[in-house]
Each structure stands twice: as C-alpha cells, then as structure tokens.
Design a protein around this ligand. Structure first.
Ligand SMILES: Cc1ncc(COP(=O)(O)O)c(N)n1
Length: 567
C-alpha cells in the first residue's frame, strides 16, 4: 500500500457554513486537510457572510442535522468531533442526545458572536449548552464567552473583557468547574497582559504549572544566532509594565495546567481564529501517538502554534477582518512558512531537532575553556593546525558548489565564501607563527582522524548529493562558529569569559566579528530562501536533517580531538 493510501484520522466538524470561506465549516475543513486528516462535515446553518459581517443566517432543521450526523457516523466512525456554531437550542438538545451515544473525543468552540459583532447564538441556546458541556473533552471559550457563561464580573476594569492575569486564571477555573467540561482553554486574545504580571505569577506559583513562551521550544532563547524569542522571554525591566502579551490559560479539573504566553500578533486577519484553533486541537489529538508523556500539553502547544502561524502568514482577502491562512500545511510539510515572528523556520527546525547534540557542539568544554583562557596551549595548537587542514577541504567543498551551480548568483556566492575561508586561514597561520610553527611545518602536519573524517564527509555529501545537500553539509560549521562567537561574547559581558589577557582573544574576536557574522547571516538567509522557494517533502527534510546531525556530531568530535590531543 502506498503511503497516501494509509487510513487518515477522521475529524468531523459540526458547524455553520461561512460563505466567505474564512470561518466555520470552510475554515475547519482546510485546517483538517493541512493536518493530513480526513474532514467530514455536518451543517447546522448556512450563513450569508463576508469579511465585513454576517448578512443572513439560514438555519438547518434539527432533525436534518441529526440525519447528516447519522449518515457520516454509521459509515466511518470519527476519531474526534469538533463543535462550532450550533445555531439554536433545538439543534443543541438534539445533538446532546446523539453525542451521548458516541464514544469519541469532543472539542467545543462556543461560537456566540462573530468577530464582526453578529450574534450567532440566541440567549435560550446558551442555556441549552449546559446539556453539552459534560460530554466535552476540550472546551475553548474566549473571555467574553466565558463571562457570558459564568456571569463573572471583573473587579478591576470597566471594560468587562479587560481582565488582568489573576482574574483570567480565576475565570478559567470557574468556567471549568461550572461546565464540568474536562479541559478548558480560556483564550486571552481579548485582553493584554504585562510581563510583570507573568513574572509575579511565576514567582507565586513556584513552578506548580508550566509557562510556555511563544510556540517554540523553551530553549530557543539560548540560540544566539537566531535570538528569535529572547526579547519576549527575558522581558527586560523597561518592558515589564507594557501590556503587550496574550496569555491562554489551560485548566483541568479546576486546576491550572499551563499558561501559553505570546506577543500579540498585529493583524486584522483574525476571522476564523476560534474555528481554526479548536479544529487544530481535534487534529493534534487525533494525530498524536498514544501514550506520549504530557499528551494534553503537547496537543495545545501544537494547536496554538499552528493557529498563530496561520494568523502570522495570512494573506489579503476582502475589505474587513480577513481570514487566517488556515491551511498553511506546517504539519504535513513539517515546516511552518517563514513569518515576521519566526523568519528562520528551517534553521530553527534543524537546531531544535536535536538540541542536546547542538549544545554538545556549541557549548563544548573546549569552547568554555577557550573563553576563560584556561584551555591548555597544546590543545589549541593541535586544534588550530587541524582546523587549518579542515578549512582547506571546507574551501574545496565551496569550490565544488561553484562547479555544481547553475546560476552566476550561486557561483558568486560559493566563490565568495571560498575566498573568505582562505582569508580565515591566515589567522591560523599567524597563530602558528606565534607558537614558533612555520608554514612548512603547518602544511606537513599529518591530518588527524577526526579532521579527515569530518572533511571527507563534507566532500562526500557534496559530491554525491545536489546543491542543497552540499549547502547542508557546510551549514553547521558556519552557523555553529557564529553561535560560538556570539555566545563567548555574551559570556565576556557576563564575566564568565575574558578577552583581555586571553591567548585566544584574536580567535574570539574573529568569530564574533562583523565580517564572520555577516557571512553567517547570509548563510542562514540563503538556506531559508531556498527552502521557502521549494519546500521539502518529509523524506527530503529527514535527509537534510540527518546530514545536519552528522556534521554537528563531527564538529563536536573535532573539539574532542583538540581537548584530548587525538591524532
Ligand atoms: C459559520 C461561522 N462560524 C463561526 C464563526 C465565528 O468566527 P469569527 O469569530 O472569526 O467570526 C463565524 N463568523 N461564522
């Protein structure tokens, strides 16, 4: 059986149709498709709608809603059911009766008012929702919806939606207790939270629950060359009072499980956000392997991240609140498209795909000792002689790239870097001179096994593969040395490493200098551009990632060689 012929998780959406394609059934089906699932739909209403508003609603009779449901379910049992706009109390009551008979995961997004301000659920239907809640696994109200359901009122603000973080947490817990829905995610998009509020909560809760910053890995802020999220995560003193963060609160059995924190995305294209998020939760649940640790957290992390990328990568449509980029395919292609908030999705993926391995390279004891100036001179001497050999092959790999290139742009890029590497080797020559090693002696030093292994691997991949493979095989050296240079510079500022009186000052200056970091930046941009122009299939991405891992491992072994004087 081919891969495509495999059974896909079945996600059923029970919701209203949005004629503009921005929300409801249309948003749901696009999201389901992007997750590689099969989407089926039961319509509760047809809306005449565009990005500016809802012009009309045609309700589907409750018995026909149930007929649709029975047709779908009797043929293929859904793994998850997502409930969106339920239109009126008779549909809600009829659905509650039917859903009780089904054993499936239920996600409820209580669609009450559209982004454009149109009421989509009458008052009496809100009452009827009480029948549904106990059947719900994941419930995703926003602040106005949760307030409406619980009668909560803010103690601190005139505008009822402008809650502070403490009030949000209280509201999320009350919503969970009142509805008895299994898990509640209170979406925080209607209010803004300051960094100080989060820091205070973190101090008070002493790690009782997780706080996730943005969609990335928590360790991302340690990656200097990308430094994507560090400004949000560290929250400099001057920024702590600014209310510019959005927090979603996840509660289970009346207790907070996690806070998801991110910077507010400045976009008018938010039509269909709730639909996409709730559907993404259903898909993330259905596609996640069973019995993984922290299953619920992973599901919400993935769904929130998916939705944020959908907003951040949205495109112009209509004249009001435009739609999200619902089907941005990040899950199926395994890589999100670049956005203002994450302009380096490919390099982030490479680094994050094995963070411990990456750290074993860029924070290797050789690097740490070099920064402190405590690295034995014979270790550095051995390393710099071998690195001189390595650079020659590294330059040859770039010359091979120029040979393989088919545009002048690529030929120029490769030859420029080869020239740059030749200049870099002058630093090695002058270090050796200062150690009393002549150029002749340097050139006739035998290549060590770790140097030969790494250099030949790069040349081998470059010869065997295409131009992207070649770029991949040279990338971890370029990006890694940039990371080491920047990290050491930061360590100097923190007093953990020193420049003055350090024998290795010139080395540190070169790799944290403008010239080298400019090359790193061009290298990263180049890789991202290639990937964005021709997004890789999963198999291709896996091969590229494997080359990256092998090079990172060989880089780490190269430092080992220096430290342990391996010949
Ligand atoms: C059919 C339908 N379902 C849901 C929504 C809510 O989406 P939004 O809050 O983005 O307007 C909508 N406007 N129309």
């Amino acid at each position: 059986m081919s891969l495509e012929a495999k059974k896909r998780p079945h996600i059923l959406t029970i919701a209203g149709s949005d004629s503009s394609g921005g929300a409801g059934i249309q948003a749901d089906l696009k999201t389901i498709e992007a997750f590689g699932c099969h989407g089926s739909s039961v319509m509760t209403a047809l809306t005449a709608q565009n990005t500016k508003g809802v012009q009309g609603v045609h309700e589907i009779p409750a018995d026909f809603v149930i007929q649709q449901l029975k047709s779908v379910v009797s043929d293929d049992y859904p793994r998850c059911i997502k409930l969106g706009m339920l239109t009126n109390s008779s549909i809600i009551l009829a659905l509650s009766k039917e859903l009780k008979k089904l054993d499936t995961i239920v996600v409820l997004d209580p669609v009450m008012i559209s982004t454009s301000g149109h009421t989509l659920l009458p008052e009496d239907a809100i009452q009827a929702m009480n029948e549904l809640y106990p059947l719900v696994d994941y419930f995703t109200p926003n602040i106005p919806e949760a307030i409406k359901l619980t009668g909560y009122s803010s103690r601190t603000s005139e505008n009822s939606s402008q809650l502070n973080l403490e009030e949000m947490i209280e509201l999320a817990k009350i919503t969970n207790t009142k509805t008895r829905a299994f898990t509640v995610l209170l979406k925080g998009g209607h209010t803004s939270i300051s960094g100080r509020e989060i820091l205070e909560i973190r101090k008070r809760e002493k790690g009782d629950y997780e706080i996730f910053w943005e969609e990335g890995d928590d360790d991302l802020d340690t990656i200097e060359v990308l430094s994507l999220y560090s400004s949000y995560k560290q929250i400099p003193q001057s920024k702590q009072e600014e209310k510019e963060l959005v927090v979603d609160v996840l509660v289970n059995k009346g207790e907070v499980v996690a806070l998801f924190v991110g910077k507010k995305i400045d976009s008018n294209n938010t039509h269909g956000t709730g639909c996409t998020l709730s559907t993404a939760i259903a898909c993330a649940h259905a596609t996640q392997p069973r019995d993984v640790p922290n299953a619920i957290l992973r599901i919400f992390k993935k769904a929130i991240s998916y939705t944020k990328t959908a907003i951040a990568s949205s495109y112009p449509f209509g004249h009001g609140h435009g739609p999200l980029n619902h089907a941005h395919l990040s899950v199926r292609r395994a890589l999100p498209p670049p956005t203002k908030y994450n302009p380096h999705p490919f390099v982030s993926h490479l680094i994050q795909s094995n963070l411990p391995l990456w750290k074993s390279y860029v924070k290797h004891p050789f690097v740490v000792q070099l920064g402190k100036g405590t690295l034995p001179k014979e270790c550095f001497e051995h390393y710099i002689k071998q690195d001189y050999h390595y650079l020659k092959h590294y330059a040859r790999a770039h010359a091979l790239g120029a040979y393989k290139a088919s545009t002048f742009e690529d030929i120029k890029a490769f030859t420029d870097i080869a020239g740059h590497i030749a200049r870099e080797s002058e630093m090695h020559v002058s270090y050796c001179e200062s150690f009393g090693i002549s150029l002749d002696q340097l050139q006739s030093t035998p290549e060590s096994a770790p140097c030969a292994a790494y250099a030949r691997y790069v040349i081998d991949i470059g010869t065997q593969g295409d131009i992207l493979d070649l770029y991949m095989s040279v990338a971890s050296c370029l990006i890694g040395y940039g990371e080491v240079g920047l990290w050491l510079k930061k360590q100097v500022e923190l007093g953990e490493a020193k420049m003055e009186g350090n024998l290795y000052k010139k080395w540190m200056e070169d790799y944290s200098g403008k010239d080298f970091l400019g090359a790193v930046e061009r290298g990263i941009e180049n890789l991202e551009r290639r990937i964005a122009e021709d997004p890789p299939t999963e198999a291709r991405l896996a091969r590229l990632t494997a080359i990256w891992h092998e090079c990172v491992r060989l880089e780490s072994a190269f430092w080992d060689m220096g430290l342990n004087l391996i010949k």
